[in-house]
Design a protein around this ligand. Structure first.
Ligand SMILES: [Zn+2]
Length: 491
């Protein structure tokens, strides 16, 4: 193919045609493809680009409902991304606010008020690959990196539209593909990344509604997905080329692109005996190990494989020679579900709210080839066993009892469940009450999560002596119900 086209090119030249070969005929020549696309987009001499607009961004793994078409959605107002293509970095300024009314979902435990962000991110080689991808997913960034990485070129037709597809291998061993349309615009860039819950997921950026901004052609609509849900959307109002861009990091905010959330790295687990065959495992997100007559029940399989393996090892140390039969999952947010796959590998059944059952059954079958975990490496694959509950479920062997309740009215997650230990008078909850410092007084602005949790406790007539938040208090104190009452403005 390559040789034939080359020969054809020479013949055309020899015949005296002034025009370059037709767009698709140049498909075998990476440089010609990149040059033609660069010219079509008017970015031959591009050094910087300042993109302004309004849109939304998503917090992956934190939606209110696992079936949403967006990740936990925030609005982005006064969005300005100032990119320096030589330095391979950018400044992102925006006002991030609630993306739904009322705000729902995780990424924090409560509704947010508008927050001004100003972050500088570097995406030069040596930066985390996902940072580099934020650059590569840009039409102009893609073309530059495609040249450096000796991309391959082919043509294809998608839904009747002809594309030149430029592809190269990413540092995570996944292919990056850019689709260049017949005009020469980079219509779409896509690749695959690892997500520890979902496995191999597509991260794509789709560029539509192109417009001429003083000679530079740029899309006025950008849409990104990570996996199935939307991750980022921008309606572009203005684009400026080659204006100075300052990449001095702001005093606050630091470099962007980092993960949101807490407690990624697990410490050594330490167990607190809660009495009657129940233990709290600390040293990361909290989990409970319970010694039922013939088996172990664990409350929460959080974070990741590493944390789950620690909890599993601690459960086996505390309760030798019994299988882990159940792992109770408070909700489907990835920081609370990230260890479930390790429990499935261990042979445990997941107990979760009914909305999560089809979701987990689907996603736990998806491949994890980029970063294989314990479950994905098992052959044959164990069956994913899920027991769902709607409003209430009681686990008991006569001596040990765990009551599970759906948290009604949660705006954090639609399928939130909490666990109540009637003998210990302990309530285990996730994200509905993430405690701050001890001896806090009633806040001026009441977080609506707190009166809602209190209303659930009262509705169910639960006698609570102690609350164990899965996000354990920093000082490891015992949290009394009075703390929730204070936070809820009811003391
Ligand atoms: Zn959550």
């Amino acid at each position: 193919m390559f040789n034939r086209l080359k020969v054809a090119g020479i013949l055309v030249a020899a015949a005296g045609f002034m025009a370059a070969p037709a767009w698709v005929d140049a498909a075998s020549d990476l440089k010609a493809v990149v040059d033609q696309s660069t010219k079509a987009m008017g970015v031959e001499n591009l050094r910087t680009l300042v993109i302004s607009g309004e849109g939304a961004d998503g917090c992956v793994g934190q939606p209110y409902n696992p079936n949403s078409d967006w990740w936990r959605r925030f609005s982005d107002k006064n969005y300005v991304r100032s990119i320096d293509f030589e330095a391979r970095g950018w400044r992102l300024e925006r006002v991030q606010g609630e993306g739904e009314n009322p705000g729902r979902g995780g990424c924090g435990a409560g509704p947010i008020t508008d927050r001004t962000q100003n972050q500088v991110t570097m995406a030069d080689s040596g930066s985390p690959w996902n940072n580099q991808l934020e650059y590569i997913l840009l039409p102009e960034g893609f073309l530059r990196v495609a040249l450096e990485r000796n991309a391959t070129v082919k043509t294809t037709t998608v839904k009747g539209k002809k594309y030149t597809v430029v592809s190269f291998m990413g540092e995570n061993k996944a292919t990056v593909n850019g689709y260049i349309d017949e005009t020469g615009y980079v219509d779409r860039v896509e690749t695959t990344i690892d997500n520890n819950v979902l496995g191999d997921i597509v991260w794509d950026a789709v560029y539509t509604d192109w417009k001429d901004f003083g000679g530079v052609k740029f899309p006025t609509h950008i849409l990104q997905h990570q996996g199935t849900p939307k991750y980022f959307e921008l309606t572009v109002s203005d684009v400026k080329a080659n204006t100075p861009v300052d990449l001095t990091p702001p005093d606050r905010g630091g470099r962007g692109g980092g993960p949101r959330g807490r407690g990624r790295g697990a410490e050594e687990p330490i167990s607190e005996d809660l009495g009657g065959g129940f233990w709290l495992v600390t040293g990361g997100y909290g989990s409970l190990v319970t010694d039922f007559k013939d088996y172990i029940v664990v409350i929460e399989g959080p974070q990741n494989d590493m944390r789950a393996e620690q909890i599993i090892a601690e459960a086996k140390r505390l309760v030798p020679n019994k299988p882990i039969k159940y792992v109770i999952n408070t909700h489907s947010h990835f920081d609370h579900a990230g260890g479930l796959r390790a429990f499935v590998a261990e042979g445990a059944s997941i107990i979760t709210q009914t909305i999560n059952k089809p979701y987990y059954e689907k996603i736990f079958k998806d491949p994890h080839t980029l970063a294989p975990d314990r479950l994905s490496q098992m052959n044959p694959q164990p069956k994913v066993k899920i027991e769902s509950m709607t409003e209430k479920k009681i686990l008991t062997d006569g001596e040990h009892t765990i009551e599970l309740y759906h948290v009604q009215g949660s705006t954090h997650n639609v399928g939130m469940i909490m666990a109540y230990l009637p003998k210990q008078k302990i309530l285990v909850e996730a994200d509905e009450f993430n405690v701050g410092p001890a001896n806090a007084s009633t806040p001026t602005n009441i977080n609506p999560y707190h009166p809602n949790l209190l209303a659930n406790i009262e509705r169910l007539h639960l006698e609570v002596d102690r609350i164990i938040p899965i996000h354990l208090p920093a000082d490891n104190r015992k949290v009394a119900l009075a703390e929730l009452k204070t936070a809820a403005g009811k003391n």
